[in-house]
Design a protein around this ligand. Structure first.
Ligand code: BGC
Length: 363
């Protein structure tokens, strides 16, 4: 299933008639301050977050709590560190408590069908946050950074980093992907491979292990130890005398795991990509170790999700900027996509100027 194709990326700025889709007019006429077609100002907004697999999720929790409360809503923000069934229970509980909007960062976007149906049947609006919700009618919107673009930027950064290292190939590389239950993982990989595959095919890049498929490259649960173990195995199995020049890593946590493995093997550090602008990885870029990361400012993403909740509360039509790319297997989900930014040592000082944590660190 193609959930995000380059061909469908034409960004049509379109206002979608949200109300017809969301059923959020059910509260009209109440005496508790609801507008004609929205819902009461102090309604409950549920936010179901996945596991704490990267810093962005931890930051999102705080930002959602603060931002929703500041907007006058009641916030119910939950992590599901126990896994999919915990997240299913949390969403059901949000429905029972009468949440008007449920924002979901899924652990496994294909396992929430029953709970999302409950949510829609109750009249709530469902927004997929960062990760698409798959194989369900019952998702109204998607808000995320452009995931395919993230992968393209990672692929380009890897090529640039390799060219800086030595002027011509062939370059020995290995490919890492994220967790297969996260809908984003394949999209990141496909985006990167759209750049790297032609170079593999023409011999510029050599995947010495031969592991070029997504299924071979995945990292269950986005766990550092799983990536580190695979890197250890690849290094001992395929890099006896060969040098490892570069590694496609889908995020910072896994990038650091790969670098740890290479250091333990006593090999020269390869060019390694990343994503998320995690503090330790930004420090690593400043120290000349990790090659790149991606800036997907969590504050902007959460802020937009809250703007959507406010719009629904007011009974407004929501703005989306992509109505073609995110087919979830059942429907094409209207999306609001933000632009990811590549960060290397070249722009690390300017990229985080406005960031309260990374700004001071990089100046
Ligand atoms: C997010 C990434 C993150 C990964 C692991 C993905 O769905 O888009 O930013 O690195 O999850 O937490």
């Amino acid at each position: 299933m193609r959930i995000f194709g380059k061909a469908g990326k034409a960004a049509a700025v379109t206002a979608i008639a949200a109300l017809a889709l969301t059923g959020c007019g059910r509260d009209s006429g109440t005496t508790d301050g609801a507008t004609e077609s929205g819902f009461a100002q102090d309604s409950l907004i549920g936010v179901a977050l996945p596991q704490k697999t990267s810093e962005n999720w931890v930051l999102a929790e705080k930002l959602f709590n603060d931002g929703l409360t500041e907007a006058g809503f009641k916030a119910d923000v939950q992590f599901a560190n126990g896994g999919v069934s915990e997240q299913q229970n949390q969403i059901s509980a949000m429905v029972t408590k009468g949440a008007k909007v449920i924002i979901v960062g899924a652990i496994d976007g294909a396992q929430l069908g029953t709970q999302l149906k409950q949510a829609k049947d109750s009249g709530a609006t469902v927004i997929a946050y960062d990760r698409l919700l798959l194989n369900t009618e019952n998702v109204d919107y998607y808000v995320a950074y452009d995931n395919f673009k993230v992968g393209e930027l990672q692929g380009q950064a890897l090529l640039e980093g390799l060219a800086k290292k030595k002027p011509s190939g062939p370059y020995n590389i290995e490919l890492f992907a994220g967790s297969p239950d996260d809908a984003n993982a394949k999209v990141f990989f496909d985006g990167a491979m759209s750049i790297l595959k032609p170079k593999i095919d023409d011999g510029t890049l050599k995947v010495v292990s031969g592991q070029t498929n997504f299924e071979q490259a995945v990292t269950q649960g986005w766990k550092a130890e799983n990536a580190q173990r695979r890197a250890d195995t690849l290094l001992s199995g395929s890099y006896g005398t060969e040098a490892l020049d570069g590694v496609l890593s889908p995020n910072d946590t896994l990038a650091r795991a790969v670098l740890t493995s290479v250091k333990a093997a006593g090999k020269p550090l390869p060019v390694v990509t990343g994503q998320d602008s995690e503090v330790e990885s930004v420090k690593s870029i400043l120290a000349g170790e990790q090659y790149s990361t991606i800036n997907k400012d969590t504050r902007a993403l959460v802020e937009h999700a809250i703007t959507m909740a406010k719009g629904l509360q007011a009974g407004e039509e929501l703005e989306v900027n992509d109505t073609k790319s995110y087919n979830n297997g059942v429907k094409t989900v209207p999306a609001y996509l933000l632009e990811p930014v590549i960060v290397t040592s070249e722009n690390v000082k300017t990229a985080y100027k406005e960031d309260p944590v990374l700004g001071p660190l990089t100046q």
